[in-house]
Design a protein. Structure first.
Length: 361
């Protein structure tokens, strides 16, 4: 795919990754961690993947102010002017609106791929083909997303309704955000639903028009208070104005309302790596006994299967007759819990914070 001067990328990197606690914490969210054992962090993988088709000077990263130095350390190639550093989290819509206004000011003919910093994508040749297709069809005021064929009735993903999932490109009929189990099972049987990948392509003109129609107050707040980028006015905007803006997702504020949203059936392998369990499902095919070892120096496993082992300390791990557990080791703690109790991680985190303070947040 040609690196077209009008093509841009926006990497969203402001999330906390709280479901991967205690490996991921507010001080070091999952996008800045090597969660797959590749030797690269998730944001580094995302940057490497997209810079093969987008010029580095056309790549922007949206994150929180407190992660600015982390981004620059892990991605030294990025220009600091291409960092969008928010003081507080306000979800994806304000981040995308800001970047769209800034990129549009640079290039009125710009088209942008928006992608999270913490997704797992393989079959890159197919990914690049799908992206090229999306750029080519994102004309005529179309907002384009990527749909993933669902493999099981997930309650953690959003869904995209279409006429038939066998078609490669079609209009979106409806978005549904994280359905309950019964509804997810119904979606899976119908062959009319994709998983929503959270990856989008559109022209800045198209997405800004959508904001004018569906979020006029948000658009007005930006345009009246931010006329000059990379300036003192921008610093004032993020410090004073941005914290007053309501938190909005791009799905709820724009995509669920727009009538010009289309979906491309994606041929690449994808996971949003939302939980320890999704990480296990994504990586376990590499191992006959389905033990995932990330970060440990070596391991000795006797009669042990179905374990997820993560460490930021180079140690040897020894397991004997242990099945289906999550083992997380870092300089502050060692956590060992059954995979079937994955939902208890949040309760454990809150209990530790209550007892020892925010050092464990």
């Amino acid at each position: 795919m040609k690196k077209d001067k009008n093509f841009y990328a926006l990497i969203l990197a402001g999330g906390l990754g709280s479901r991967f606690w205690p490996a991921s914490k507010e001080s070091l969210p999952k996008q800045f961690i090597d969660l797959t054992g590749s030797g690269k962090t998730l944001i580094q993988e995302t940057f490497i993947r997209i810079q093969k088709i987008i010029r580095i000077e056309n790549i922007f990263i949206s994150t929180n102010e407190k992660y600015k130095e982390l981004v620059l350390k892990q991605i030294p190639e990025i220009n600091s002017n291409n960092l969008i550093c928010e003081q507080v989290k306000r979800n994806t819509a304000p981040s995308i609106l800001y970047a769209s206004l800034k990129i549009s000011q640079i290039n009125k003919k710009s088209k942008v791929i928006v992608l999270p910093s913490d997704h797992y994508i393989k079959k890159l040749n197919e990914f690049y083909k799908n992206v090229e297709h999306a750029f080519s069809v994102s004309k005529s005021d179309r907002l384009v997303t990527f749909g993933i064929n669902p493999k099981f009735p997930s309650t953690n993903y959003g869904y995209i309704k279409v006429k038939n999932t066998r078609e490669s490109f079609q209009k979106v009929l409806r978005f549904t955000e994280k359905p309950g189990r019964q509804l997810a099972e119904k979606f899976l049987r119908s062959n009319m639903y994709f998983w929503n990948s959270g990856i989008f392509i559109w022209s800045t003109e198209s997405i800004l028009n959508a904001f004018k129609i569906f979020e006029p107050d948000l658009m007005k707040s930006f345009q009246s208070n931010l006329r000059s980028f990379d300036s003192d006015e921008e610093v004032h905007f993020f410090k004073i104005i941005f914290p007053k803006i309501k938190s909005l997702s791009i799905d709820y504020s724009i995509l669920e309302k727009a009538q010009n949203t289309y979906v491309i059936k994606s041929d690449f392998q994808w996971s949003d790596l939302g939980t320890w369990e999704s990480l296990f499902e994504t990586l376990s095919k590499k191992n006959l006994k389905k033990n995932i070892n990330i970060g440990f120096k070596e391991n000795y496993l006797s009669s042990s299967e179905g374990n997820i082992m993560f460490s930021d300390q180079k140690k040897i791990i020894i397991l004997d007759s242990l099945q289906d557990h999550i083992i997380v080791n870092n300089k502050e703690m060692l956590m060992i819990i059954p995979r079937k109790k994955i939902e208890s991680i949040q309760d454990l985190k809150e209990a530790l914070i209550k007892r020892f303070g925010n050092d464990f947040n």
